[in-house]
Design a protein around this ligand. Structure first.
Ligand code: DC
Length: 239
């Protein structure tokens, strides 16, 4: 797998975890752009693996084979695009089917172990914003700021429905809400790195908030934490 450099221990990290449809990907990239930091979309890794597995005709229940595929995955993030063996798969990994395949492959411990170093190696100065399901609990347990975004399943279904409709994709809202609930269930009930807030995560319910309001709230939380640290350590890098 094409890997970034090894993790610099002093790199500041903000993790943004939560279920799908909470806006965490959008918030993570806006926050990273605001801070001038790198951004890790960890879900894209699992989505690319799901796509590669289906193309290779692998059984999505076969953890051993999927773990080997993950270890050899020729994946790169370039200028906002996701490349699998040099092919731009940015659009192909965003479908509902790719999300469901990602959730299935992500349940295997062999897969999560194979992708762990790759994710940690994405940390680089001046800082990293990482979004996913287990960024604050497993991948970056020592992150400076941990945010966990939530929203009601109905609201998340409606958001996804509007997004797909705007892309010209015909979907049934009831089925979409059902699929989201099934994916949440699989992501939160799996034995390894289940979806849950870290004990020290700050939970933000986005059900009644738009993206600008969520970003403002998250930025305020980040500033508050950095200021509290400065009070105790005397550092100076307010976002
Ligand atoms: O964030 P997303 O919807 O792109 O993620 C797709 C799937 O990948 C999600 O249903 C579960 C899995 N995933 C995971 O298990 N751990 C992560 N850190 C990110 C995603």
């Amino acid at each position: 797998m094409t890997q970034p450099n090894a993790r610099t221990p002093s790199v500041p990290i903000i993790t943004i975890d939560g279920p799908s449809g909470t806006g965490k990907g959008t918030i993570a990239s806006l926050l990273a752009a605001h801070l001038g930091w790198a951004c890790l979309d960890s879900g894209a890794l699992y989505r690319v693996l799901g796509l590669a597995a289906e193309r290779a005709g692998l059984d999505l229940e076969d953890g051993e084979a999927l773990g080997r595929l993950a270890a050899d995955l020729d994946l790169a993030f370039l200028d906002g695009r996701v490349l699998l063996a040099g092919e731009d798969v940015s659009a192909a990994i965003r479908t509902e089917a790719a999300g469901n395949a990602a959730s299935q492959v992500a349940a295997h411990p062999q897969v999560r172990a194979a992708l762990l170093d790759w994710q940690r190696a994405a940390a680089r100065l001046p800082g990293l914003v990482a979004d996913g399901r287990d960024m604050g609990t497993v991948v970056f347990p020592d992150a400076e700021v941990k945010i966990f975004l939530t929203a009601s399943p109905e609201e998340r279904g409606k958001r996804r429905y509007r997004q797909l409709r705007d892309q010209g994709v015909e979907v049934n809202l009831k089925q979409l809400v059902g699929d989201i609930a099934a994916r949440d269930e699989r992501d939160s009930q799996r034995a390894v790195a289940p979806l849950r807030p870290a004990l020290d995560a700050l939970v933000v319910d986005t059900t009644t908030l738009n993206i600008d309001q969520v970003l403002e709230r998250v930025l305020n939380l980040v500033r508050q934490i950095v200021e509290e640290r400065q009070g105790t350590q005397g550092a100076d890098s307010t976002p």
